[in-house]
Design a protein around this ligand. Structure first.
Ligand SMILES: CC(=O)N[C@H]1[C@@H](OP(=O)(O)OP(=O)(O)OC[C@H]2O[C@@H](n3ccc(=O)[nH]c3=O)[C@H](O)[C@@H]2O)O[C@H](CO)[C@@H](O)[C@@H]1O[C@H](C)C(=O)N[C@@H](C)C(=O)N[C@H](CCC(=O)O)C(=O)O
Ligand SMILES: Nc1ncnc2c1ncn2[C@@H]1O[C@H](COP(=O)(O)OP(=O)(O)OP(=O)(O)O)[C@@H](O)[C@H]1O
Ligand SMILES: N[C@H](CCC[C@H](N)C(=O)O)C(=O)O
Ligand SMILES: [Mg+2]
Length: 488
């Protein structure tokens, strides 16, 4: 329990009404969770406006309401804190409530369209391997040392985020690595955090349903770097067209990485095949288990960040060389007799799909066919559907369009929107099968000896969300089962 006065530290308050001599029990952004003596933050969202739920929160006993607009009638026993942004106030107040855990950790945030999970996860594994107790906040899962905490978001909401970081501090973590999604930046989920470093991987087409234009999406990502403190490093991929823009207004220590031009951290790909990568990095030739050029970028980002955090170059490279990639990212299994390679990958953007297919092309030795199974998520950026479809058909021998997570949408309609991206002369390559399990089975039945089946879009996900229900589903498991039937 903390006094309201304590948790209001550093909050930009416009006005305050009512009794502020209260002690606060818990903080909530969802009225449905409020209990007597709690703080409720009224946040304007996409579906609803949290201000509509102030009355509900009061009914449930909220002692403090943080809002942008005051309700018409004020209750005597409630304290109303009026602020310019309730979302931002939630971050700062949650930070104060949990004793600002980010100030007691070395916290590194990773942003970009693709590569966040990979970079954050490998940083976590690298530092753990080098003997440090670490925390991880990622799309796949959150971790405090060995302990796994399921993740609901790539970046949790402000209150859960601060609570998780506080748990890391209590558990003795020194470092925390987290993904910083564009939604999280825009919704101020990261307000009140002190970062020791920020990493930018790349920016390409995604989330235009939310950010509306690419420029807006870019601005949001850039604001993460604009707000880093002078004590932090800002490490950017300058081979990305927007890499240097990210750093233009930051006060942080500007650092760059590149495979192509002059940069603070440079690497050269010497070999790139199914067993991994050999890079010339830090004046050494090092073999890594991760596959594909895009992972050379991810490894370089990890290496740069580790060196900027003061770690010995050779020790970092030695530990890094042996680490596996994140779950569901270029995750492959091979069938025993036919030697069909099944690859599960979380590519759910046009750029990620292109990168994975380009990597597969490079790995092909002879005349193996590439058969791609892919769908697009419902209730998400619809403009990427025809583009992902085109990328798939242009870079595969056969393609099966199927469902990803249709969510509230009609899966057949999503597939239609994908089909619209396929030019007439490539239509003969395409089959559409709504049922994802059937689609994967069909792909394998079409595959000959040593062919490659890419199952894209869901990576580590263990469910398929259809009409609000999450059904158990695991791409890799379906591949395995189908291979087993084939072997019999
Ligand atoms: C589009 C988006 O980001 N939505 C997030 C947002 O919800 P919202 O704006 O729709 O909220 P809303 O339903 O309009 O409600 C507004 C406010 O009223 C409150 N409310 C609502 C109902 C009620 O009865 N009482 C109440 O108090 C809500 O708690 C909320 O504070 O705020 C919620 C609370 O933090 C999030 O859970 C929710 O994530 C949804 C589930 C989601 O799917 N988000 C995805 C798109 C997302 O955030 N993805 C990124 C990853 C992207 C990437 O990896 O590139 C992520 O970081 O996970
Ligand atoms: N550096 C990279 N550049 C381009 N594509 C990448 C890169 N790293 C990974 N990918 C591709 O993008 C997919 C997603 O990678 P990853 O999960 O690391 O990214 P992410 O940014 O965390 O994605 P999300 O925003 O959905 O959580 C991978 O499965 C791979 O296909
Ligand atoms: N972080 C991404 C995940 C997309 C994964 C894909 N399987 C889908 O459901 O669209 C998002 O929120 O857009
Ligand atoms: Mg991620």
């Amino acid at each position: 329990m903390k006094s309201l006065q304590e948790i209001l530290y550093n909050v930009h308050i416009t006005a305050i009404h009512g009794n502020r001599e209260v002690n606060v029990h818990a903080l909530h952004i969802d009225s449905r969770q409020v209990k007597a003596g709690d703080v409720f933050f009224a946040i304007k969202g996409v579906q609803a406006d949290g201000h509509q739920y102030i009355a509900k929160a009061q009914e449930l006993g909220a002692a403090v309401i943080v809002c942008e607009v005051l309700p018409a009638t004020l209750k005597e026993d409630v304290c109303y804190v009026q602020v310019a942004s309730s979302g931002e106030a939630a971050g700062v107040m949650a930070g104060n409530y949990y004793d600002n855990p980010s100030q007691k950790l070395t916290l590194v945030g990773v942003t970009g369209t693709n590569g966040k999970t990979t970079i954050a996860t490998i940083l976590f594994r690298l530092f753990s391997k080098m003997g440090f107790h670490c925390g991880l906040l990622s799309t796949v899962q959150n971790q405090i040392g060995e302990k796994i905490i399921p993740a609901t978001h790539t970046t949790p909401d402000a209150i859960n985020l601060q609570a998780l970081l506080a748990d890391m501090v209590h558990d003795g973590c020194e470092y925390a690595f987290m993904e910083v999604s564009s939604h999280a930046i825009h919704q101020h989920r990261i307000a009140g955090l002190k970062f020791a470093g920020g990493i930018f991987s790349n920016i390409t087409h995604d989330h235009l349903d939310y950010h509306k234009t690419f420029d807006e999406y870019l601005k949001v990502k850039k604001s993460f770097f604009d707000n880093l403190p002078a004590s932090a490093f800002a490490l950017t991929n300058i081979d990305d067209r927007r890499g240097s823009v990210m750093l233009q207004n930051t006060r942080a220590n500007k650092m760059t990485y590149s495979l192509r031009s002059l940069a603070n951290f440079k690497a050269k790909i010497l070999e790139n095949n199914i067993t991994g990568l050999i890079l010339n990095i830090g004046e050494k030739e090092v073999h890594f288990r991760l596959i594909g050029e895009f992972n050379a970028y991810n490894l370089l980002a990890v290496y740069g960040a580790a060196v900027l955090l003061g770690k010995d170059k050779d020790e970092v490279l030695q530990a890094l060389s042996d680490l596996p990639g994140a779950e569901g990212r270029f995750d492959y299994i091979t069938s025993a007799t036919e030697r069909i390679i099944g690859i599960v990958d979380y590519a759910h953007t046009p750029d990620a799909l292109l990168n994975v297919l380009a990597t597969i092309k490079k790995l092909r030795q002879g005349h193996e066919q590439v058969i791609t199974v892919v769908g697009c998520g419902g209730d998400r950026d619809t403009t990427k559907r025809p583009i992902m479809a085109l990328v798939a058909v242009e870079h595969s021998d056969k393609v099966i369009f199927t469902s990803d997570n249709p969510r509230s949408e009609d899966p057949a309609q999503i597939i239609k929107e994908m089909e619209a991206g396929v030019p007439v002369h490539l239509k003969k390559k395409v089959l559409s099968i709504v049922d994802r399990r059937e689609a994967i089975k069909t792909a394998i039945s079409l595959a000959g000896r040593e062919d490659i089946v890419l199952v894209a879009g869901k990576g580590h996900e263990k469910y398929q969300e259809i009409q609000g229900v999450k059904h158990s589903f695991d791409d890799k498991q379906v591949l395995k089962e189908t291979f087993e039937i084939l072997e019999k």
